[in-house]
Design a binder for this molecule. Structure first.
Ligand code: ADP
Ligand code: MG
Length: 307
């Protein structure tokens, strides 16, 4: 099947209103009055962000969700996406059907539609680039740059689970129950960005970022964008029971550098409660510190970098 057959069979059924059944050169994005359109893009590559043997529905969902976490961190609700595929020549109809099914499931779960893309073949690894568009009430997008001394730092979900799943695939020794093992692998394969939290976030957060490179590294981006120092109180960082079972005494140090979490770290006034955990504070100064029960820890290695 050539690319036109692939587009017509697998992707046209996913097209939204304004995408003309993926039969035109471009699409029209309907605007939402009183809102700003927020755009972000992220790609995932076989051997870097997922394994070739991962199920194709979960690869599709990861490709979408690593983008939805960026939108959520900005306080935006996802609406549309574009899909650029570099497919190895070996890709099968079964693989494509599963991939399209994964997209369809997440379109339903998150209320998004496919508006276009590009499809090509490659002799290299499978690569999937998604560009996602979302809406935020005008002027309400949350930046990295708004943290102020006196803020507290909060994070959604738990940190490090995806890194734990990756460690299991890298054959790290463990004696986990099947349930613990499966839950960490599930977090690696299909992140759970807090998409519905965006509407609350934009009303409370001064600064926000999605945790993709590692909690410490990403809070470092907030600290430098805001011109402040961030101190993470290690004993407060939410770590799941399966992850503690995997990493034992090293759990904190590894979790805060693991990355691939796709949760949201944000700063806001002290004392807030909600679907998030307070993990630290913002001070005058620069950089990021990590303490455990008040004692400064050596900063773990920097987060994930491609180069
Ligand atoms: P062009 O020749 O203008 O680049 P294409 O033949 O690449 O057009 O694409 C034809 C149509 O199919 C366009 O509307 C494009 O957005 C859509 N399309 C191509 N690949 C994908 C894809 N992977 N997902 C969604 N839409 C796609
Ligand atoms: Mg094209």
């Amino acid at each position: 099947m050539d690319e036109f057959g692939i587009i017509a069979k697998y992707f046209a059924p996913l097209a939204g209103e304004g995408a003309f059944g993926l039969k035109d050169d471009a699409a029209l994005l309907a605007h939402r009055p009183g809102h700003d359109l927020v755009v972000t893009t992220d790609s995932i590559t076989e051997g870097v962000d997922f394994f070739g043997f991962d199920p194709s529905p979960s690869i599709a969902r990861k490709a979408l969700r690593v983008n939805f976490s960026d939108l959520a961190a900005k306080g935006a609700v996802p609406a549309y996406y574009l899909l650029n595929l570099s497919l190895p020549h070996t890709v099968t109809p079964d693989w494509l059907a599963g991939f399209a099914q994964g997209l369809a499931e997440d379109q339903k779960e998150f209320g998004v539609t496919l508006m276009g893309g590009d499809t090509g073949a490659t002799d290299g690894p499978l690569s999937i680039a998604v560009t996602a568009f979302g809406f935020v009430p005008s002027g309400k997008m949350v930046r990295r740059s708004g943290a102020r001394a006196g803020d507290h730092v909060y994070v959604t979900g738990s940190i490090g689970d995806s890194g734990g799943g990756l460690a299991i695939f890298r054959r790290e020794n463990h004696s986990l129950s099947d349930a613990d093992r499966d839950s960490l692998i599930a977090r690696y394969r299909v992140p759970e960005p807090p998409v519905t939290f965006a509407s609350m976030l934009r009303d409370i957060a001064h600064a926000s970022i999605d945790v993709s490179d590692g909690l410490i590294a990403d809070l470092g981006h907030v600290a430098s964008a805001s011109g402040v120092r961030i101190v993470v109180e290690g004993e407060r960082v939410p770590l799941s029971a399966p992850l503690r079972a995997l990493w034992g005494d090293n759990t904190l140090q590894r979790a805060v550098t693991a990355g691939d979490d796709y949760q949201i770290a944000f700063t806001a006034p002290p004392g807030l409660t909600g679907p998030f955990t307070p993990i630290g504070r913002v001070e005058a100064g620069q950089g990021v510190g990590l303490t455990l029960n008040g004692v400064e820890l050596a900063l773990p290695s920097r987060g994930y970098r491609h180069f």
